[in-house]
Design a protein around this ligand. Structure first.
Ligand SMILES: Nc1ncnc2c1ncn2[C@@H]1O[C@H](COP(=O)(O)OP(=O)(O)O)[C@@H](O)[C@H]1O
Ligand SMILES: [Mg+2]
Length: 221
């Protein structure tokens, strides 16, 4: 069982979209639970839209109010728990607790110079004190801002930025309203590319997680 929190103090960076995409993809082979710790409940609303549209999700989704609930959830029969979190600057302590109960933290961010400061702040205030391994994930990148992406990667030198990244696609934007997830998008060239981005992200994460497991074994051996 692995608990993975999706965190960034900045809103609108693709946290909930990433949670739902990774949950849908992982659920094709694993038992997945999404825990919505965001009082706004966007993940829960998304699941409700899926149900209303007759597009049942292959994973479960629950709300939680307190980070300690994650500790109790460790004994549940799931392989992967993905935690959606609120994005605002008043929540550092809450996010720190969530990170400390998690095995890994994913930090989605737009690949712009402007996004770097809040991201580094979240890393320093929230993630670093817990020593939980993390990955920075570029989201909502577009081909016109390829230079921005590369420049931002340079600004973040020394931090763990994933090579895999998520491009901006209309299907992602509509997904929460349509109640769709990457595995249920209507097939088109664009939607297949959109899904492929998150498949690549999950593959890279699984590789990283297996390395972390091995390091952990090394420590306890
Ligand atoms: N890869 C993407 N391509 C296009 N739109 C995206 C993408 N990721 C997120 N969005 C859109 O950006 C907005 C914010 O995304 P969301 O996942 O809700 O962010 P957060 O949970 O961090 O606030 C939403 O309207 C969402 O549909
Ligand atoms: Mg959200």
């Amino acid at each position: 069982m692995r608990i993975v929190a999706i965190v960034n103090e900045k809103g609108g960076v693709g946290k909930t979209t990433t949670v739902m995409a990774l949950a849908a993809l992982a659920a094709t082979t694993e038992r997945v639970l999404v825990v919505d710790l965001d009082p706004q409940g966007s993940a829960v609303d998304w699941a409700a839209a899926a149900e209303a549209n007759g597009k049942d999700l292959d994973f479960q989704i629950v709300t939680a109010r307190h980070p300690e609930n994650l500790q109790q959830m460790r004994s549940l029969e799931f392989d992967l728990i993905l935690v959606d979190t609120p994005g605002n600057l008043q929540n550092a302590e809450l996010l720190r607790q969530i990170a400390s109960y998690s095995d890994h933290v994913i930090l989605p961010t737009e690949p712009t110079a402007m996004a770097v400061r809040p991201l580094v702040r979240t890393l320093q205030d929230v993630v670093r004190p817990t020593e939980t391994p993390y990955s920075i994930l570029f989201t909502r990148t577009d081909s016109r801002s390829f230079r921005d992406t590369e420049d931002t990667r340079e600004l973040l030198e020394g931090f763990n930025v994933m090579d895999a990244y998520v491009r901006s696609y209309k299907v992602h934007e509509r997904a929460s309203i349509d109640g769709t997830v990457v595995t249920t998008y209507e097939k088109s060239r664009a939607s297949m590319k959109a899904a492929k981005d998150y498949e690549d992200v999950l593959t890279a994460l699984r590789e990283q997680w297996s390395n972390e497991d091995n390091q952990q074994k090394g420590k306890t051996a």
